[in-house]
Write a protein that binds this ligand. Structure first.
Ligand code: CP
Ligand code: NVA
Length: 334
């Protein structure tokens, strides 16, 4: 199976088409989408982004989900996710209801079932940032409305959608690119493995030996890669990953929930810092990406963050466009 990236230049005009395969669905990880559906979300995001840039007031006047509501539950801190989902819902005409941190829906110990069953009486889609993947899976099990994972310990599919859209906008056909992810084998690493497998990319993940991505997720990604022509390589050598890379990505060394391990990790991860020297090994005009928030001076230097080849703010902006596309597709009548 080869991936036709020219689909991203074909605008999607009818989100409510009876054939919308995503109506009513959940997205808890990128592999909840087929490669074709992954392209559909990205092409919808691109079309909506262009329409918004051309005439925001026209787009707002045609908002499809007036009178609907989106519940946004954040059990971990957030800035980008909160702002982008709130605006995405509002721009579709839906009312965003945000429950964050200590005031989250689950902070009083109510069962996932009870909270979910009540929430779905009020809202038309649920966005949840949480800890274990099993937690969002259980919420999706109880909910009859679409559930979107806004980051768990294992995956960050919305960030993945934004990042692959950003790569496409900067570099074109993803199947021709080498992606180097250097750092912790965390939720972002799992997400890049899935997106790269769906895009036919040559993806190299470099981590310290005991911080590699989970084997079960790697095996699932490799099974799809065998069909799309993607190549997925794990290594402990940043140099091997960076050699000739078109896209260089890193992430925090201690994710939310692992902050207490920061100091011991900082010693081990030191050789994995992305510096200007990293880019000497990468391909000419290689792109730098980071989902943010970054710890400047730790996983990446200021010079790289602020370099002309850094796409970090484009990625952040694209969170809004991909999540608006995702809500558009999932909240459609089925
Ligand atoms: N990248 C990202 O998800 O950022 P926030 O944690 O600020 O939402
Ligand atoms: N890996 C990071 C991503 C933050 C957006 C974390 O989980 O904290």
């Amino acid at each position: 199976m080869s991936v036709d990236w020219s689909v991203l230049d074909k605008p999607v005009t009818d989100l409510h088409a009876a054939k919308n395969p995503l109506a009513g669905r959940d997205v808890l990880r990128l592999f909840d989408l087929t490669p074709e559906e992954f392209h559909l979300v990205l092409s919808t995001a691109l079309a909506q982004k262009r329409a918004w840039k051309a005439d925001p007031s026209k787009v707002q006047a045609e908002a499809p989900y007036q009178g609907r509501a989106v519940g946004i539950i954040l059990e971990k801190p957030s800035m980008r996710t909160r702002v982008s989902f709130e605006l995405a819902a509002a721009r579709l005409g839906a009312h965003p209801v945000i429950m964050a941190d200590t005031h989250s829906a689950f902070s009083r110990g109510e069962s996932l079932k009870d909270t979910t069953m009540v929430m779905e009486r009020f809202v038309d889609a649920l966005v949840i940032r949480s800890f274990a993947q099993a937690r969002v899976e259980e919420i999706a099990h109880w909910a009859r409305i679409p559930v979107i994972n806004a980051l768990t310990d294992d995956f960050h599919p919305c960030q993945g959608l934004a990042d692959f859209l950003t790569m496409y906008e900067h570099k074109g056909d993803l199947s021709r690119l080498k992606l180097a992810y250097v750092g912790d084998g965390n939720n972002m690493a799992h997400t890049y493995l899935e997106g790269a497998a769906m895009s036919g990319m040559d993806c190299h993940i470099a981590t310290p030996p005991s911080y590699q991505p989970q084997e079960s997720y790697l095996n699932e990604a490799r099974a799809l890669a065998a069909r799309t022509g993607a190549s997925l390589t794990l290594t402990t050598s940043p140099d091997e990953a960076l050699a000739g890379a078109d896209v260089v990505i890193t992430d925090t060394w201690a994710s939310m929930g692992s902050e207490s391990q920061h100091d011991e990790r900082a010693v081990l991860f030191e050789p994995y810092r992305i510096t200007m020297a990293s880019f000497e090994a990468a391909a000419p005009r290689a792109l730098f990406m980071h989902c943010l928030p970054a710890h400047r001076g730790e996983e990446v230097t200021d010079e790289v963050m602020d370099a002309p080849f850094s796409a970090i703010y484009d990625e952040a902006e694209n969170r809004l466009h991909v999540q608006k596309a995702l809500l558009s597709l999932l909240m459609a009548e089925n």
